[in-house]
Design a protein around this ligand. Structure first.
Ligand SMILES: [Zn+2]
Length: 311
């Protein structure tokens, strides 16, 4: 992609694959789920209320839509996250159809009875590259001993562990009025300190600069060289601090502590017609320019780092 730093290979480290199955799971969790869950019922219940395009049933068709979107903007590749537990087959299909364009990650509730089997199947059979944990959503600490076998499996498969810490907003759930019991007690990056040291070959990615736990992210990153962050979303948490930070200040402190090689550009894109979030990308490139990072540093943040982690 042509940027103010020259022609760079841009890879998005954080995008959600809102598949047909994702929306069906969402509809099924409504207080009065439509029955039967037909195409029309899904559209009536969700499509109108969300003002999103409901995706085609075949995940490969949705993947094609994403390829067009990446091409339109000049992105080389993107992570796609299966964003409801059990939807890994959808992103697997997308990545199988376009192996050069998509890096499949999947959400797992590690406390579910079949969690270890799902992890094994995900990495070994479906070719997943990353496991996504949402401790505040599923109410566990990443250091609990029940989680270890799952992390051992990720380590054996050379996968990435994405751990959502801090404030969690799931826009689609909010729009549908679904209750969220996200518990911040489980969302502190400090929970990762011992775990990241035990699994020192595994890259742990904490998105959105810790989403409010910025100080904690920096402290843990300082002691764990395998801790990464991504730059995704609007980073609205910056305005909720006792002393609000600008995005430039957040980038500057992160560059100081983590270095350019542990910051991954991400967009947090998820649905159509919005598609890839270009404005945020331009804002972030503007911040990198303002901070006068080198061409090499910009190339690392905007794609090189993720390419190194997930060749
Ligand atoms: Zn996200």
């Amino acid at each position: 992609m042509q940027t103010s730093f020259g022609d760079l290979t841009v890879v998005d480290a954080h995008a959600h694959f809102f598949s047909h199955r994702f929306f069906a799971a969402l509809a099924a969790s409504l207080p009065e789920p439509p029955s039967p869950l037909s195409e029309d019922a899904l559209f009536d219940t969700l499509g109108k209320r969300l003002a999103f395009e409901l995706p085609p049933k075949d995940p490969v068709e949705l993947a094609k839509r994403w390829v067009e979107e990446l091409d339109r903007h000049g992105l080389a590749r993107s992570v796609l996250i299966a964003s409801v537990p059990g939807d890994e087959d959808s992103v697997a299909a997308a990545a199988r159809a376009f192996p050069d364009r998509f890096i499949p990650y999947f959400m797992l509730n590690p406390q579910a009875p079949n969690a270890l089997e799902r992890t094994k199947r995900g990495f070994r059979e479906l070719g997943m590259k990353g496991l996504c944990l949402f401790p505040a959503m599923h109410h566990f600490h990443v250091w609990e001993k029940e989680i270890r076998p799952i992390l051992e499996e990720v380590a054996a498969s050379r996968g990435v562990v994405f751990v959502h810490c801090g404030v969690l907003k799931v826009g689609v759930r909010d729009k549908l009025g679904l209750p969220n019991r996200f518990d911040l007690r489980f969302a502190n990056p400090v929970d990762l300190s011992g775990v990241a040291q035990s699994f020192d070959t595994v890259p742990f990615v904490v998105p959105h600069f810790g989403s409010g736990f910025f100080r904690e992210l920096l402290l843990v990153a300082d002691e764990c060289p395998n801790l990464y962050t991504d730059t995704s979303s609007s980073n609205a948490w910056t305005s909720r601090l006792p002393t609000p930070l600008s995005l430039a200040e957040v980038f500057e402190r992160s560059l100081d502590v983590l270095g350019a090689e542990r910051i991954l550009y991400g967009s947090d894109s998820s649905f159509f017609p919005r598609g890839w979030q270009k404005d945020q990308f331009e804002t972030q490139v503007g911040v990198l320019e303002q901070l006068r990072v080198t061409h090499e540093q910009a190339a690392a943040v905007l794609g090189g780092n993720l390419t190194r982690l997930v060749p």
